[in-house]
Ligand binder design. Structure first.
Ligand SMILES: [Zn+2]
Length: 336
């Protein structure tokens, strides 16, 4: 059980939601469908899956799965016939209508182990229109004892008709200390953990992804290039070309994070607003030049670009990066 604990248990910062859900289950008050919302990278999908395994466990006690019954073993092996996980088939793709048809077929059957059928779908905003409409049908006439858990990092992108048919379960970012406690054992030292957490905007699983993907090097390159663009040593077009191997979502996320830090700094004059220590000098310089309004416009634009990315197939990375860098450069230019 110990080594597989994470498959069956919530993260330390999800105790409240876990207690809510296990109590509802115990009282027979579980809804048919839940929409689990919150920032990306804080473990909502893991929570949904762990709770699904809990519901299916045949020997649960004290709000925890047993980890060794037949159901838990099947879940450990990823072969439980009453558990279905729906995700995009590859990154950058959406969830398709035939995946939702498979879900409908699945939830119409009687559970093989005689209890619930559990479906986890993530991220819900990646469903295309056909898929979302097909899911709506399923939400209108849910099968008996079917538990559907939709995970969403961006709830505004989900059809209101879907939202209104689900119970909302909100997840906040963890306290910094909880996040660091979890992240620290994966890192070389406390400084690295703190840097990665800051970089990920306080989302510990996001920080782990940065660590695993070696994104610290990318960060160093981005910082260097952004500095050069700001000083006018290199043209945005050239840097955009060099950034083609970067994941656009990450570039947009990081820049959005920095622009929010800068906007906070400008409006409060509090140095603590700038958390990215390695960039503090550059960010405070740009912040003063740009002013809060321009920074907020830039921030909103970055988030808008990011939300457009999901499900986009023929993305012109070069053009997007050029636009990003051009806007970055404009932050320090005279307005007029
Ligand atoms: Zn069990």
């Amino acid at each position: 059980m110990q080594e597989n604990k994470s498959l069956f248990e919530p993260y330390a910062w999800q105790d409240v939601q876990w207690r809510q859900m296990t109590e509802r289950f115990a009282d027979g008050r579980l809804a048919h469908a839940y929409l689990m919302r919150g920032a990306a990278g804080i473990g909502k999908l893991d929570f949904a899956q762990a709770f699904g395994r809990y519901v299916l466990c045949q020997d649960k006690a004290d709000g925890r799965s047993c980890g060794h019954c037949r159901s838990c073993q099947l879940n450990l092996a990823g072969t439980h016939p009453d558990f279905l996980l729906i995700e995009p088939e590859s990154s950058g793709k959406g969830i398709r209508v035939d995946q939702i048809r498979a879900l409908i077929e699945f939830s119409a059957k009687t559970a093989q182990q005689g209890g619930y059928r559990v479906v986890v779908l993530s991220p819900a905003e990646s469903m295309n229109t056909n898929a979302a409409n097909a899911l709506l049908k399923c939400l209108e006439e849910p099968g008996d004892n079917t538990l559907l858990m939709l995970v969403s990092h961006q709830i505004s992108a989900i059809l209101p008709t879907i939202r209104s048919r689900c119970q909302l379960l909100a997840f906040d970012k963890p306290d910094e200390q909880d996040a660091l406690n979890w992240l620290m054992p994966l890192c070389d030292d406390a400084e690295q953990a703190q840097n990665l957490l800051t970089l990920s905007g306080g989302c510990p699983l996001g920080a782990r992804t940065y660590l695993e993907d070696g994104l610290e090097k990318q960060l160093a390159r981005m910082q260097k290039d952004l500095g050069a663009v700001t000083r006018g040593e290199v043209a945005p077009v050239e840097v955009a070309l060099a950034w083609q191997d970067f994941e656009p979502v990450i570039v947009l996320e990081w820049l959005a994070g920095w622009s929010a830090e800068m906007a906070g700094y400008v409006s409060t004059s509090d140095d603590a607003c700038i958390r990215s220590q390695s960039m503090a000098k550059m960010l405070s310089y740009i912040a003063k030049k740009a002013g809060a309004k321009r920074l907020l416009v830039f921030h909103a634009w970055l988030l808008q670009q990011k939300s457009r990315l999901s499900g986009q197939v023929n993305l012109n990375r070069q053009l997007l990066m050029e636009a990003v860098l051009f806007r970055w450069l404009q932050l320090t230019m005279k307005q007029g």
